[in-house]
Design a protein around this ligand. Structure first.
Ligand code: 6R9
Length: 649
């Protein structure tokens, strides 16, 4: 993206929103944190580590003697599950609700910290009875039910690394992850509820485990009560094995660099990467960022992160961040439109949710469903709104603030990755004057910048590649079993710096705007154009709810812009409308960014974590056979899109 100046300032966004005075006055973190961290970065992180409870306090902060392999707080020892559960009970908060579970069919259950401690202890004893030991790996394939949280914490408690695999993934995907991590136990369920009906999980595990000789047992949570195949001697009911255990379990302390979990990211090519996270540094940053970015007040807030536990957001901002901070949170099993399109807002109203963390894809879907739906519910409890997963288009940002946040809540657009473990770039709700569509500034203690092809930092007002220039506590430690791939993927493009794979620009104030994955940048007649900016321009048209833009090979321009759009509410597809949309993009971004083709569709292909799979749309736009669709939420979406297509132009 060296000629990136051409695109860097196409999109002008002038709206600004100051933090609410009351929030600013009582915020957990103030502007002083930036200064403190800038003056003594390692001292700053050493202080954040002391938010945790250590069995042996660390005296070392960062060991970077063998880059890019970092050690944080290496001589410290702690138990992560103790930090997330027991210490809150010991501090007298055992009666505080940890989890308000809301099942999709409408069943609900609230679990206090004292109850969570008992459940995690029983599960830890159960794992020990099944022969799981410190250093082993356990695969977890569960719906969004409390047992998922309990299972993860039980692993952490005994020093076994968990490898959570999305409930939506196929048997093949599970089998390859079990094999790569060499897991000896799998924890699953008969099924979970999705879109109003039970959906089976166990058959995929039966298939995957039949190919995984190292798996000794499969622990099965009974959630739906549906029939399951049973392999005697291997399969065990979770309720039977945990039910017979004691609620007493003494957590042992492990070294700060002891593995906590492996989480696979699909990557664009090749086999999935097992991202390895360890204990002390990871928990320090997950905990600190959750406290700082959401301004969490554990006594009064009700927090809700709508992510799935199988995604890193579920790991860091459902399990480890919130629980280490003693938060009360909602977890919801199902989809946002079951049984009706107001389900999320009904849940916010029911529990008085104060902090909501969701993804741009969900926000754009709510826009499409219409403003009248959230308007039927009392959302006045909300005080901070978060966004994660993709760049958030300015229009979606403003809609979120207006229709969900009552026109007053700060929005924190948090940029981070599975690899970074925790948030890296985000506004602080009591400090930052926010700009719709920008993640803005690296958090205190984090150093990020934007560089050009030659690794030179770009000046304000220019674009390039996002890099992280200093190690951070929750950074991945390696790719499981493949140190060389870790070096090659992240540390070789710009030696000495971490390459995130995202395009970004710095505005005139030096604030960072994320422009999507570098692979998604288009090159049209020699100009770099980011898919994100064209998508944002389309979404800023009142008739467009959502869009995905790709560059398709074009004989004259190199690449031509092809846009797939979903219309809002009652808008209808017509030639006039697509012509108007092309003009609108032309006016917003300049004629060079006008899409050559615009196709109106009903759905876009997305991963379970809500990211648009532009690769598949590129296949469609170029009339190619579709690539791998195994990580799609719904593989029929592509059939629908293809059936709508006129044959190639
Ligand atoms: C947490 C998570 C990481 C990729 C990342 C980037 C995109 C995430 C974003 C964002 C713009 C944000 N991304 N948050 N882009 N603004 N606030 O999503 O992890 O699933 O590993 O994805 O997601 O492209 O590189 P992961």
């Amino acid at each position: 993206m060296s000629s990136n100046e051409s695109l860097a300032n196409l999109l002008k966004e002038e709206r600004r929103f100051a933090p609410p005075a009351e929030l600013a006055a009582t915020a957990n973190v103030t502007a002083a944190a930036y200064e403190q961290a800038a003056a003594d970065r390692l001292g700053f992180w050493a202080e954040q580590a002391r938010r945790l409870s250590w069995a042996t306090e660390p005296t070392q902060t960062l060991d970077w003697s063998n880059p890019p392999f970092a050690k944080w707080f290496a001589d410290g020892e702690l138990n992560v599950a103790y930090n997330c559960v027991d210490r809150h009970v010991e501090a007298g908060n055992g009666d505080r609700v940890a989890l308000h579970f809301e099942g999709e069919p409408g069943d609900s259950r609230s679990i206090t910290y004292a109850e969570l401690k008992d459940e995690v202890s029983r599960a830890a004893n159960a794992l020990t009875e099944l022969g799981v030991e410190k250093g082993d790996r356990v695969a977890v394939y569960l719906p969004m039910i409390p047992e998922a949280v309990v299972a993860m914490l039980a692993c952490a408690r005994i020093g076994a690394a968990h490898s959570v695999v999305f409930g939506g993934f196929s048997a093949d995907a599970v089998a390859s992850r079990i094999a790569d991590a060499d897991a000896k136990l799998v924890i699953t369920a008969d099924g979970g509820y999705r879109r109003g009906k039970p959906s089976a999980l166990k058959p995929a595990i039966d298939d995957a485990v039949s190919r995984s000789p190292q798996v000794r047992n499969v622990l099965v949570v009974r959630r739906t009560g549906q029939d399951v195949e049973w392999t005697e001697g291997r399969d065990l009911w979770w309720h039977e094995v945990t039910g017979r255990q004691s609620t007493e379990h003494t957590p042992q302390a492990f070294e700060a660099e002891h593995p906590l979990f492996i989480l696979y990211t699909s990557g664009t090519t090749g086999k999935p990467k097992g991202i390895l996270h360890t204990s002390g540094g990871y928990l320090t940053q997950a905990s600190y960022t959750h406290h700082a970015v959401f301004d969490l007040k554990p006594e009064t807030d009700v927090y809700w992160c709508t992510a799935d536990i199988g995604w890193v957001t579920g790991h860091s901002y459902i399990v480890y961040g919130p629980l280490s901070n003693g938060a009360t949170q909602v977890i919801y099993e199902g989809t946002p439109d079951t049984p009706h399109q107001g389900r999320f807002w009904e849940i916010v109203q029911k529990y008085g949710v104060t902090i909501l963390y969701t993804a741009p894809t969900a926000i754009r879907t709510f826009m499409k469903w219409g403003d009248d739906i959230p308007a039927k519910f009392d959302l006045s409890s909300l005080r901070v709104l978060g966004s994660v997963g993709e760049p958030i288009n300015p229009e979606a940002w403003v809609w979120y603030r207006e229709h969900i946040g009552g026109g007053s809540t700060p929005i924190v657009d948090t940029w981070w990755q599975t690899e970074t473990g925790a948030m890296m770039i985000s506004p602080l709700p009591g400090v930052t004057e926010t700009k719709p569509g920008s993640a803005q500034r690296a958090l205190p203690g984090i150093v990020a910048t934007v560089v050009d092809d030659e690794a030179h930092e770009v000046p304000d007002g220019s674009g390039g590649y996002l890099v992280l220039t200093e190690p951070w506590p929750s950074m991945l430690r390696t790719i499981w079993g493949d140190d060389q791939r870790y070096i090659d993927t992240y540390w070789s493009r710009f030696p000495g710096r971490y390459f995130a794979g995202d395009g970004a620009k710095k505005d005139d104030d030096g604030d960072i705007w994320l422009l999507g994955r570098v692979d998604d940048v288009m090159l049209v007649s020699g100009h770099n154009i980011s898919t994100t900016e064209v998508e944002s321009a389309l979404v800023s048209h009142p008739k467009v709810a959502e869009s995905a833009v790709v560059g398709a090979t074009d004989a004259t321009t190199g690449q031509a812009i092809v846009a797939f759009v979903i219309l809002r509410g009652t808008a209808e597809d017509s030639e006039e409308l697509t012509a108007a949309l092309r003009d609108h993009v032309g006016k917003t971004l300049g004629p060079i960014a006008k899409p050559k083709r615009i196709l109106v569709v009903n759905e876009l292909p997305k991963t379970r974590s809500g990211k648009i799979m532009r690769r598949l749309l590129r296949d469609v736009a170029e009339n190619r056979e579709l690539g791998d669709v195994t990580t799609l939420t719904d593989s029929t979406v592509m059939d629908l899109i293809q059936s709508k297509l006129p044959s190639a132009p």
